[in-house]
Write a new protein. Sequence first.
Length: 133
Amino acid sequence: MTTTALIEKGNDGTFGIFTPDIDHTIVGEGNTVEGAKADFENSVREMKLSYTENNHEIPDELKDVQFIYKYDIASMFDYYDWINVSRFAKKTGINPSLMRQYRMGNKYISEKQIGKIEETLHRLENELAAIKL
């Protein structure tokens, strides 16, 4: 089963991951997205282990679960910290100062702006996939 794990930056600057589409509550927390992912994956292992240690069958939704991580803007820029925010903003057509505010989680981002960012990411994905060395 494949399901979504949402990654969000909290007001305290830490990152959290949760699963909105399954019945079992699985969370991960960390000072970085990488740390939150490690904690999240550990939570998944511990949950499965608790079933087997207690001689219970692992629920179907957890047996072969795989997660598609969905990021908020702050989490994406934390995890992919090699992306130059200002240059990416220019490629996207968003004011660099505004993009930095999105990155910090200080400013609400509209669906339209999210669409621009996703479109740019996919365009870059295609450009990078076409590189031959």
